[in-house]
Design a protein around this ligand. Sequence first.
Ligand code: CP
Length: 305
Amino acid sequence: MRHLINFKDWEPEEVIHLIDTGIQIKKEPSKYRDALLAKSLAMIFQKTSTRTRVSFEVAMTQLGGHAIYLDWLTTQFKLADIGDEIRYLSRNVDCIIARLKRNVDLVQMASASTVPVINGCDEKYHPCQAIADMMTIKEKKDLLKELRLVYIGVHNNVCNSLIEACTMLSMHITAVTPIKHPSAQDVELVENAKKTGLYEETLNVNQAVKDADIVYTDTWIDMELFLDPRFEKEKKQRISLMMPYQINKRLMKESNALIMHDMPIHRGYEIDGEMIESPRSLIFTQAENRLHSEKAILLKLLDKI
Ligand code: CP
C-alpha cells in the first residue's frame, strides 16, 4: 500500500507514470468511467480549499466512485485521537485525502491507516499540485527534461514540492525566495536537491527569468492569514519586501517564459492582472489539470493503473 505525503519514497518512473496517465485520462475520460466503481474517498479538511476539494470530489464521481467531505470542526477529529479516528475511517473507505495544518498529523494518519492517505497540502508539501503542474508543462512542451523553471515568491510548501518534482524529473529549478516560511523548512529536501546540480537559489530575479522556460509564483501570504487583522503588520512588511519580485510586464520583458500560479491568486500582489490574462499564462489550464491528475493519483494508489 502506498501513501502520497511527499515524493521522498517515490521513484521518478512512478511520478512520470502519474503525469502521463493524467494526460491520457484528459484525452479519453470516458475510458475510466467505472474505474473506481463503488469505491469511497474520505476528504478531511482542516483548512479552506477550492481546487483540491472540487478536483478530488469530481474525480471520484467521474471514476464511478463517491467522495465524502469531512470538515475538521464538525467531525470528531477535533476532539479525539487522530490515529483512532483514522483506524475507524479506513475500515469504511478505500482512500483518504487530508489537508492539514501540520505534516506530523498527516504522518500519524498515514501510519494509523490501512488505506492510502494523500496529502492535500500541509505546511511543508503540496505533492498533488506538483503533479498537476508537471502534467501541464509536459502537455505544453511535450517533455520535461532540461527545462528551466524559476519559482519566485516565498519558499513554502508549493516551492518544496516543485523542488522535489523538478529535480527527480531532470528539470532545472531556481528559487528566488527572499522570504523562507519557517514552517515549510525541510533541510534534507533542499540539500538533496542541491546534490543533483539541478537546484539553485538566487535573488537576482531579472537574470533568473531571462533563461527560464517557466516562471512560477504563489501567494506571499497564507490564505487564512490574508484577511486576519492580527497579521496586518507582517503582511505590510512582506508586501513591501516582495513587491520588486511581482510577475509583471516589466519583469517579463526579456523573457519568453510560460507563466504558472497554483491559485488562489492575489491579483496585484505576486502577479498583476495583465500577466494572468496573457497568452503565455497556463494558470487556468494548470488548475483544470488538478482534476485529471487527481484521477491518476487515485487510480495509482488504488492499484488500478
Ligand atoms: N492550489 C490549491 O491547492 O488550491 P486550493 O487551495 O483552492 O485547494
